[in-house]
Design a protein around this ligand. Structure first.
Ligand SMILES: Nc1nc2c(ncn2[C@@H]2O[C@H](COP(=O)(O)OP(=O)(O)OP(=O)(O)O)[C@@H](O)[C@H]2O)c(=O)[nH]1
Ligand SMILES: [Mg+2]
Length: 346
């Protein structure tokens, strides 16, 4: 099961208490204070792990408390520190404060780590408090509590390209022909119930990542069909491929489908609707009335968008499309400010 939201509670380990103790040695009549300090409590870290792709494991395991520090002991022995605790999440997980809704961290790269809750300080033992006027203090300090936070985790997959379109438009079939992803494909709407990523290999060690998400229908922004919540997984893409079934058997009007999906994108997020988009007519092997394709092409031209026509069944046009996607990605990346310039600007 794919789960892209989870609420967790993290708490640093409590610090160990200091202790009050005195040296007792033969022939030393008044041994001084010797109470050791308590150990620091463990920290809770959240770490991005590329082998995970869902937050499901945290749904059933929402409490994460690091180990407490041990108490100090006599003979000036400090207590052992508590072990740190690591919570693993998929790459692309964003961490929000549940109470304020503030974005605290975005774990967008592999192995990115974030200190979620610090462990408590260990308390001082009595030897710590000895002074020239009080050589035998009879007090020590307790360890402090670890930090505690309620966090909302939200996974937003990271992909270069997002596939959008009506259910049955052929999104999953397309990703399965151009990548190793093998999502379920079937001749009924809402076959895809969760997002999938596929890596498209262009040769020369060049790849890009494509995301296949469930289809959208009219009213998705109000919850129709599977709703529009999966659109968050294409929010971070650079380019959208808008797949439209133009085949004669679909019984749908391609231009209407195209306009409906764009309307839903806009209702979800204006920025996403303005993302670079390529319009792709699908299933052209099953097209008997060319005017269905031409009408869509005219609409794309009117909107100033590039237009391609493919058949995943016969592979017609798919390689041309992939090359166009790759060129468009290069163009978009070249136009982006480079990371170091961003840093200078800050
Ligand atoms: N003739 C033909 N049929 C296709 C082509 N591509 C997909 N199909 C068929 O169209 C149907 C839907 O394909 P999917 O890839 O599951 O469509 P989808 O867009 O992922 O659908 P949802 O997951 O429901 O949103 C399946 O029966 C496919 O076999 C194509 O190029 N030609
Ligand atoms: Mg699908």
């Amino acid at each position: 099961m794919f789960i892209d939201r989870a609420k967790i509670r993290v708490k640093g380990g409590k610090g160990g208490n200091g202790v009050t103790a005195f040296r007792r040695e033969k022939f030393v009549p008044r041994g001084g204070p010797s109470g050791g300090d308590g150990g620091r409590g463990g920290d809770v870290w959240i770490v991005a792990d590329s082998s995970l792709n869902t937050l499901l494991h945290l749904r059933y395991n929402p409490e994460h408390i690091a180990e407490r520090g041990r108490h100090g002991e006599g003979s000036n022995c400090s207590g052992r520190e508590g072990e740190d605790l690591t919570v693993r999440v998929p790459v692309g997980t964003q961490i929000f404060d549940t109470n304020t809704g503030e974005l605290l961290q975005d774990l967008a790269t592999e192995d990115a780590r974030w200190l979620a809750a610090k462990g408590g300080r260990g308390g001082f033992g009595n030897s710590h408090f000895a002074t020239s006027t009080n050589r035998a203090p009879r007090y020590h300090q307790s360890g402090s509590e670890g930090e505690e936070l309620e966090l909302q985790l939200e996974l937003k997959l990271l992909a270069d390209v997002g596939l959008v379109g009506f259910p049955n438009a052929g999104k999953s079939t397309f990703i399965s022909t151009v990548s190793a992803a093998k999502p379920k494909i079937a001749d009924y709407p809402f076959t895809t119930l969760e997002p999938h990523l596929g890596v498209v290999d262009l040769g020369d060690f060049r790849t890009f990542v494509m995301a296949d998400i469930p289809g959208l229908i009219e009213g998705a922004h109000e919850g129709a069909g599977l709703g529009d919540r999966f659109l968050r997984h294409v929010e971070r893409t650079k380019l959208l491929l808008h797949l439209v079934d133009v085949s004669s058997v679909s019984g749908r009007d391609p231009v209407t489908d195209y306009l409906t999906v764009n309307k839903e994108l806009r209702a979800y997020n204006e920025q996403l609707a303005n993302r670079p988009q390529i319009v792709v007519a699908t299933k052209i092997d099953a097209l008997d009335e060319p005017d269905r394709l031409e009408a869509l092409q005219r609409q794309a031209e009117k909107d100033g968008l590039p237009f391609y026509a493919i058949s995943s069944a016969t592979n017609r046009g798919t390689q041309e499309l992939i090359r166009a996607v790759s060129a468009k990605l290069d163009e978009i990346k070249a136009a982006e400010p480079r990371d170091d310039t961003i840093q200078l600007a800050l």
